[in-house]
Design a protein around this ligand. Sequence first.
Ligand code: NAD
Ligand code: UFG
Length: 343
Amino acid sequence: MPQQSILLTGGAGYIGSHTFVALREAGLEPVILDNFANSHPAVLDRLHKLTGKPPLLEKGDVLDTPWVESVLKRHAPAGVVHFAGLKAVGESVAQPLRYYRQNVAGALSLAEAIQNASNGTPPALVFSSTATVYGDPDNVPVREDAPLRPSSPYAQTKLDVENMLLAAQVAQPAWRVGILRYFNPVGAHPSGLIGEDPSGIPNNLMPFVSQVAVGLRPHLSVFGNDYPTRDGTGVRDYIHVQDLALGHVAALKALLGGNQGFTLNLGSGRGSSVLEIVDAFGKACGKPVPYQVVARRPGDVAEYYADPSKANEVLGWQTRLGIEEMCADSWRWQSRNPRGYAG
Ligand code: NAD
Ligand code: UFG
């Protein structure tokens, strides 16, 4: 039987590349659609090494609807995962129009291409959403039916796309749409061959800690230690990117198996503080990670973590890896590739 093809927009990026490997291991044939706006073509050689054959690549922009339509006709994928987009909260405040263009118009372009390319049975569609759609939640753990209060243009664009896809599904019940709200993805493939490669100064905790540990930066700035949490620092639900990749495989399998759609949290259900991550990373790399406590970062929330039980019920999926593996795998990636894919 020919392998089912799965189109990954943004498949050369951090989460897309790990999902690529997981899909091949699951016997599916992923195809990467990417314009390398935030990724490095060197990832393709690494994916070749990891999976034993070269990746299929369609290089281009998801905003180019006729071209995306031609890609869909060429590969006739059974499923599409839409990773492509921009993801920095602070940048979205400074450049909101760029975020609406890339995230909302990008998803619209893909949805229109799917509509134009498919005669009757569109591919199953999985969308990368975010836990930031909940804003500052009233209660933790956060369930999917918690109030939605996006507090940045980035989060708002993700919620807008969720709503657009759900409306498309109401109008055309043949659409199967899986919305995945990721909590905080971290870690890397255990081979050390692929991982997160942020450009410039990292915004997020784990890549920053990794760069301090490898000597690229002198110390971590801990953004506040006066939050109402167990040690005063912010608490988040970190999820190993390998578990997240398997969540996408499970979501696609459910949709391909007849499930009509779902909106699910992908998280571990456990919160870790900034200082707990610093401590675990120090153990993983064999030396303490220097840090200084500074003022709170504007817009940060004290604590949130997922209630992931719906994902377990619907997909039979749950996380398996803890912060030790997240730190060990981040360190392996960072220490073997101190400057990321560029060398
Ligand atoms: P990433 O930047 O590493 O990957 C995104 C990929 O999309 C990149 O390879 C980039 O080149 C590509 N891309 C961007 N714009 C494109 C366009 N117009 N046409 C074609 N390709 C384009 O990001 P990631 O961390 O892998 O995140 C993937 C998705 O998950 C994003 O939509 C992001 O918003 C979402 N998400 C990420 C996080 C996180 O913390 N990493 C958390 C929640 C949600
Ligand atoms: N932090 C520091 N120092 C740093 C970076 C972060 O102390 O240099 C702290 C933050 O204050 C917070 C925690 O580490 O308490 C995690 O911060 P991140 O920036 O790593 O993650 P966020 O929870 O702020 O947001 C991330 C992504 C979003 C995504 C969200 C999903 O930035 O894009 O997770 O929950 F949507």
